[in-house]
Design a protein around this ligand. Structure first.
Ligand SMILES: [Zn+2]
Length: 468
């Protein structure tokens, strides 16, 4: 049977976290009461004039540079015409054939080396308002009793990033998105949170036989709200397309939704032809001509990018851990521990597990390392408490070590003897075959030592005495 090769391209939208919207001075942001952040511009009143947000333009250039794009000398805002209730202007201000950032690439590290994914463009546009469908079971328009429109989102600056169809597996798509998201977050231009809708991704998927050079018909997968769902959705669509081709059918160009529960895709609407948006230059805005010194300054401000750091980290902790550390933001914690003398393997482990949801104060670095090195001597509870408090208070190592585990058998033996002597009835029933009574004795020892006794040693001691 011929081998099939998936061909995947991604389209990513991310909200910029500027204080104000793209073309007006309304506050941008997530979570306010509906329709409290609006003005004539973002409500689309006739005659209202847009004024571009300078910060949003700078941040888009910054992202473009991080993606190795060429920054256009001249970029033009266009009107993209379409009708929808959340778009009462009848058009969206977007960029068309002269976008701000062109021809980039991003290296996606993999276990077997890197893959370079081409970036066709990154451009700036405004988001539409948000339609909320009320009364249906699914939250979609089908079955809803009525729909409300919230204009708080209307006019939020949005960057659209379009990749080349260079991605060859669902897993690679997921890694690309993880890395892109982390890059966006580290540039400080967006929170890029899928659950809040500040990062959204659609996938164009087709398959072809190994060795084919052209592309077959592709479909567009929408409505996926986590990286895992995107990967699973792409996999489901690849399976479906292979099945269609192999059974003698033909893949039809269409938009699909991924249904998590059934792990299948369902058709949304059939695309007979490309949408015709009748783009034309926005007459109310002049072209953007980014000065060279601005571009140079933004380039000089770029931090060391996540992909580069994964490269160096994978030599120290292996590829999977390196990817995890960097893409979850736990890397900083591991570096803090290493800086104060912990080995990389232990540091990576602690950063991704015990400290995963905790953001320790940098000043706690030495104390954390000391406690981790001595963790055999500390009760689990004391260690957990110290980790948790490391985000807000300075840890006193001496104080924590005072709550050390009593693991010395000679120290525990007299106590065990005393408890057994005082529990004749329980000893008898244990020796009569009721093994479960052992838990009672362990409990007594823990109570007497205020939880500091090493349970393993206590168990050993008790068995030795009771079974003899
Ligand atoms: Zn406004």
């Amino acid at each position: 049977m011929p081998e099939w090769e998936p061909v995947i391209g991604l389209e990513i939208h991310t909200h910029l976290k500027t204080r104000t919207k793209m073309f007006c001075r309304c506050e941008a942001g997530f979570g306010a009461e509906p329709n409290t952040r609006t003005c004539p511009v973002c409500l689309a009143h006739p005659g209202a004039l847009p004024v571009p947000n300078e910060r949003a333009i700078e941040w888009t250039i910054k992202l473009g540079l991080a993606l190795s794009c060429r920054i256009a000398d001249r970029a033009v805002f266009h009107r993209k015409n379409y009708f929808y209730p959340d778009n009462p202007k009848g058009y969206q201000i977007s960029q068309y054939d002269e976008p701000l950032c062109i021809d980039g690439k991003m290296s996606v590290p993999g276990a077997d080396g890197d893959t370079e994914i081409g970036i066709i463009r990154a451009h700036l546009e405004e988001d539409a308002a948000k339609t909320i469908h009320v009364g249906g079971a699914t939250g979609r328009i089908v079955g809803a009793a009525h729909s409300n429109v919230d204009f708080n989102r209307s006019g939020t600056p949005l960057v659209e990033i379009v990749t080349q169809p260079d991605i060859r597996s669902a897993d690679e798509a997921k890694r690309f998105l993880q890395l892109l998201r982390q890059t966006i977050v580290e540039l400080g231009i967006s929170d890029a949170e899928m659950e809040k809708g500040t990062l959204r991704a659609d996938a164009n998927v087709s398959v072809r036989k190994q060795g084919e050079t052209g592309f077959r018909t592709r479909t567009e997968l929408k409505n996926m709200n986590s990286f895992n769902h995107i990967a699973r959705g792409i996999d489901a669509e690849i399976r479906r397309q292979i099945q269609v081709w192999e059974s003698g059918g033909e893949v039809v160009q269409q938009t699909l939704d991924y249904e998590v529960k059934s792990d299948t895709v369902t058709a949304r609407r059939r695309k007979e032809e490309a949408d015709d948006y009748r783009y034309f230059p926005e007459p109310d805005l002049v072209p953007i001509e980014p000065p060279r010194d601005l571009v140079e300054r933004l380039e000089s401000e770029l931090p060391e990018l996540p992909g580069v750091r994964i490269q160096s980290l994978k030599e120290l902790v292996g590829f999977e851990s390196a990817l995890d550390l960097v893409s979850t933001g736990n890397e900083r914690k591991a570096r803090l521990l290493v800086e104060h003398g912990l080995d990389w393997t232990t540091a990576a482990n602690v950063a991704m597990n015990q400290l995963a949801a905790i953001d320790p104060l940098p000043a706690n670095g030495p104390a954390l390392v000391e406690l981790i090195k001595q963790r055999e001597r500390i009760t689990r509870e004391a260690l957990t408490d110290s980790f948790a408090s490391s985000a807000t208070t300075i840890i006193d190592v001496k104080d924590v070590l005072a709550q050390t585990v009593v693991g010395d058998a000679s120290e525990l033996e007299p106590l065990v003897d005393r408890i057994l002597a005082a529990s004749a009835a329980q000893v008898e029933s244990y020796r009569g075959g009721k093994q479960g009574v052992l838990g009672y004795f362990v409990g007594q020892v823990m109570k007497e030592t205020q939880g500091k006794a090493d349970p393993k040693i206590v168990n050993e001691l008790l068995r030795k005495k009771l079974d003899s």
